[in-house]
Design a protein. Structure first.
Length: 485
C-alpha cells in the first residue's frame, strides 16, 4: 500500500470509548499523507478553492515578472497582452484539480496511472520534489528581500547574519502552515486573501496614478525580435501555472460528487485574477520607475506610512504560496517511496529550500536566476502537465483511488515492471521536442533556426499529448482504468 506513515493526531473519543475517524480540521496536524481519503472524511465546497489559490498568487514574484516584461523591451500593452495569455494556462491547473475529488488522492499518486508505480517515483523525484523545492527557494528569496528592508526600517542593519536569520524565520512560518496541512490552509487563506487584496488595492491606486499608459520603449522591438520576446514573455508567465501539476492536492478532500466544472473554475479563477492583476501592476510601474529593483522602485510610489504594510504584505503573500509549494513537495517526497510522515518530509524540503535561497541571495543574481529557472522548467513541466490533462480526458476523470495507493507488483498500475511505457515514452518525447526548441540557458537547434524564437512550451506539450494518446490505443476507462496493460 501507500509508502506513508500517518502523522499522530489526537482523535476525539466517542461516548462508547471508540476513536472517531481522522478528521481534517484547522489547527490540527493533518494525519493523511499520500493515502486515500475515505468518502466519510470528504468535506468542503469548491468555492473554498478560490481563496486558496488567490492568496498564493498575490506575491512579490508576480510583481518582479510583470516588471521584467517591460525591461525585456515590450511596450506596456504588449506586456499586458503577454500577461493575460500566459495566465490562461491556469485553466490547465484547474483541469488537473478535478482528479482530486474523483480519486481522493493527491496528484503525486494519481500520476501512477500515467507512469506506473515505479516510473512515477522518478517523476515525483524530479517534476514533483526537485522543481517544487526550487520554486520554494525562488519565492523565499523574494520574500526575504522585502523582509530585509523591513528589518532595516526598524533600525537593524541587514548584514549577512541578520539575512540568514530572517530567511530562517520566514521559512519557519511557512513550514508551520504546511505541517498543519490542508484544513489549516483552507481556513487561513480566506483572511489572507482579504488582507492582501486591501493592501494591493492601495498599491494599485499609487501605481496607476504614476503609470504612463502610452509607454513604448525608446527603440521598439519589431519583426523577429518582437516575436521572440513575446513568446519568451508568455513562457515566463506560464511557468507559474505550469509549476502546479499538483493542484489535486488541494481538492482531494472534496466529496466525490463535487462538480468537476466548479472545481476547475474556482481553481483557475482564483489563480488567474490575482496573478494577472499583480503582474500587470509590475508592468504599469515599469513605465515610470526602474523595476530592476522592484521593491525600492515601488516604495518610491507609495506613501511613507504605508511602506511597512506593503513590505509585510509581500512577505505574507510569499508565505502563502510557499506553504502550498512545501505541502506538495512533502507529498512528492513520500510518493518517491520514503516511509516518513508528511510533516517530516515538509521540514526536510524546507531545509533544502533555505540552503538554495541563501545561495540565490548571497551568491547569485536574483533576477537572472528567476528568469533562467522559470523559462527552463517549462521544458519538463509543459509536457508533464499536458500528459496529466490528456490522461484525465482519456479516462473521463475516472480514477480508482484505492487501487492507486497499491504499490505492490499486484497493483493494477504496476503495468510492465512498474513502468507504464506509454507515459514514459510520451514524456521523453515531449521533453526532447521542447529541448530542441528552447532558448534560455542554451539555444536549441530549432530555436536557432527560427532566429531565437523559443517554442519549447507549445511544442513540448503538443508532442507529449499526441504521443501519449497515440500509444494508448484503447479507452483508458473501464478495465484499462485499473491499469491493465
Amino acid at each position: 500500500m501507500a509508502s506513508t506513515i500517518p502523522d499522530p493526531h489526537p482523535g476525539r473519543r466517542t461516548a462508547l470509548g471508540a476513536t472517531e475517524p481522522t478528521v481534517d480540521r484547522a489547527g490540527r496536524i493533518e494525519a493523511h499523507g499520500i493515502d486515500h481519503i475515505p468518502d466519510g472524511e470528504r468535506h468542503g465546497r469548491p468555492r473554498e478553492l478560490f481563496s486558496v489559490w488567490a492568496a498564493a498568487n498575490v506575491n512579490y514574484l508576480s510583481l518582479v515578472i510583470g516588471g521584467a516584461l517591460v525591461l525585456m523591451g515590450l511596450s506596456l500593452w504588449q506586456a499586458i497582452a503577454v500577461i493575460v495569455v500566459g495566465n490562461l494556462f491556469w485553466l490547465l491547473t484547474g483541469v488537473l484539480a478535478i482528479s482530486g475529488p474523483a480519486s481522493g488522492t493527491p496528484s503525486e499518486v494519481i500520476t501512477r496511472a500515467i507512469y506506473g508505480v515505479l516510473g512515477n517515483r522518478v517523476n515525483n523525484a524530479v517534476t514533483g520534489w526537485m522543481i517544487s523545492v526550487c520554486y520554494f527557494a525562488l519565492n523565499l528569496s523574494a520574500a526575504a528581500t522585502a523582509a530585509f528592508a523591513l528589518v532595516e526600517k526598524a533600525g537593524i542593519p541587514a548584514n549577512t547574519g541578520v539575512q540568514v536569520a530572517v530567511v530562517v524565520v520566514v521559512a519557519a512560518l511557512t513550514l508551520t502552515i504546511s505541517v498543519y496541512g490542508h484544513a489549516t490552509i483552507v481556513r487561513l487563506y480566506l483572511p489572507i486573501t482579504l488582507a492582501l487584496t486591501a493592501v494591493f488595492a492601495v498599491v494599485a491606486v499609487a501605481v496607476l496614478g504614476h503609470t504612463d499608459f502610452s509607454y513604448t520603449p525608446a527603440e521598439p522591438l519589431t519583426g523577429t525580435e518582437l516575436w521572440v520576446t513575446l513568446i519568451s514573455g508568455v513562457t515566463l508567465i506560464a511557468a507559474g501555472p505550469l509549476s502546479y501539476t499538483t493542484s489535486a492536492d488541494f481538492s482531494r478532500y472534496l466529496p466525490r460528487t463535487t462538480s468537476a466544472k466548479a472545481v476547475a473554475g474556482w481553481t483557475a479563477l482564483g489563480a488567474f485574477l490575482p496573478s494577472t492583476v499583480v503582474c500587470s501592476l509590475g508592468a504599469f510601474a515599469a513605465t515610470t520607475v526602474d523595476m530592476t529593483d522592484p521593491q525600492t522602485a515601488l516604495e518610491g510610489l507609495l506613501p511613507g506610512w504605508f511602506t511597512p504594510l506593503f513590505l509585510l504584505a509581500l512577505v505574507l503573500g510569499t508565505i502563502a504560496i510557499n506553504a502550498m509549494t512545501a505541502y506538495s513537495a512533502g507529498l512528492a517526497l513520500q510518493a518517491v517511496g520514503l516511509r516518513i510522515r508528511r510533516s517530516v518530509s515538509v521540514l526536510f524540503d524546507g531545509t533544502v529550500a533555505v540552503a538554495l535561497t541563501l545561495y540565490a541571495l548571497l551568491v547569485s543574481n536574483f533576477l537572472d536566476t528567476v528568469s533562467n529557472v522559470l523559462q527552463l522548467t517549462v521544458v519538463l513541466l509543459g509536457p508533464a502537465m499536458a500528459l496529466y490533462a490528456t490522461d484525465i480526458a482519456l479516462r473521463r476523470n475516472r480514477y480508482d483511488g484505492l487501487a492507486l495507493t497499491d504499490e505492490s507488483p499486484e497493483s493494477p498500475f504496476w503495468y510492465t515492471g512498474g513502468l507504464h511505457r506509454a507515459g514514459a515514452l510520451a514524456l521523453v518525447a515531449g521533453v526532447t521536442a521542447a529541448a530542441l526548441c528552447v532558448n534560455t540557458l542554451y539555444t536549441g537547434p530549432v530555436a536557432h533556426a527560427l532566429g531565437g524564437a523559443d517554442l519549447a512550451l507549445p511544442v513540448g506539450m503538443v508532442v507529449a499529448s499526441a504521443v501519449y494518446a497515440g500509444l494508448v490505443r484503447r479507452p483508458l476507462f473501464g478495465r484499462d482504468a485499473t491499469g491493465s496493460a
